[in-house]
Design a protein around this ligand. Structure first.
Ligand SMILES: Nc1ncnc2c1ncn2[C@@H]1O[C@H](COP(=O)(O)OP(=O)(O)OP(=O)(O)O)[C@@H](O)[C@H]1O
Ligand SMILES: Cc1cn([C@H]2C[C@H](O)[C@@H](COP(=O)(O)O)O2)c(=O)[nH]c1=O
Length: 209
């Protein structure tokens, strides 16, 4: 979850809108935070290419898909900024951190190269990392259908996230995702509300600048 003056977003671990999760986020957070929610938006032309890639209908070169994920974030920046300036909390289900973690997990990609296309995106006020072992994640619904959804690759992604979390200029918080949905909701809501209070008068910053 990533936030700005009254704004909340999520790299819940948190990409831009995914129809599978956005409804739940709205149910959980919408009323409480008047939030706008968007995980990887698979509806735009770029989003459709990404969706075909993830669904293994299309193969794309690794640099190319990395840049497409980033472009899918940039195409939402005007909308995000508009909402933030209206005082609306923005929740993002996956963001630049997923971009870096997944591409760098492929090997032959340094973290610095992976970060470059996302430099300057709106900087999140909070990044919530929902920690769950790859084994436990694999037991949950829907796992295994898409590209990247294997326990061995997810383990590499996890290591990349740990490297990203060493950056103390970002407000990372790890929560234990093996709790019940209700308990997890309560914890996230509490952390998010506290952060919203803390940042409400702070200016919007740029990521990795
Ligand atoms: N705390 C929880 N306890 C038990 N099951 C859960 C919990 N949270 C989510 N689930 C279930 O696990 C599955 C995956 O959840 P969810 O879609 O939130 O994961 P995700 O990491 O956002 O997946 P993706 O990013 O691939 O969409 C769903 O079937 C959901 O109902
Ligand atoms: C944003 C982003 C995501 N990914 C990967 C991570 C997941 O495997 C999928 C997104 O699907 P989900 O429904 O949001 O889980 O794509 C990536 O490789 N790069 C990115 O920038």
């Amino acid at each position: 979850v990533e936030m700005r003056d009254g704004s909340l977003s999520s790299d819940i671990n948190v990409g831009l809108p995914c129809p599978r999760t956005s409804k739940r986020w709205i149910e959980q957070f919408g009323a409480a935070f008047a939030s706008s929610v968007f995980p990887a938006d698979r509806t735009t032309e770029i989003g459709q290419l990404i969706s075909s890639y993830l669904g293994r209908e299309k193969n794309l070169e690794d640099h190319t898909i990395h840049l497409l994920f980033s472009a899918n974030r940039w195409e939402h920046v005007p909308m995000m900024k508009e909402k933030l300036h209206q005082g609306i909390t923005v929740v993002v289900d996956r963001y630049a951190f997923s971009g870096v973690a997944f591409t760098s997990a492929k090997g032959n990609f340094g973290l610095e190269w992976c970060k470059q296309p996302d430099v300057g995106l709106p900087k999140p006020d909070l990044i919530l990392f929902l920690q769950l072992s790859p084994e436990e994640a694999a037991e949950r619904g829907d796992f295994g259908h898409e590209r990247y959804e294997t326990s061995s690759f997810q383990e590499k992604v996890l290591q990349s996230f740990y490297c990203l979390m060493e950056d103390k200029t970002l407000n990372w918080k790890t929560v234990n995702a093996s709790k019940s949905i209700e308990d997890l909701h309560r914890e996230i809501k509490s952390i998010a509300e506290k952060t919203m209070q803390e940042v409400q008068n702070k200016p919007l910053e740029e990521l990795w600048k």
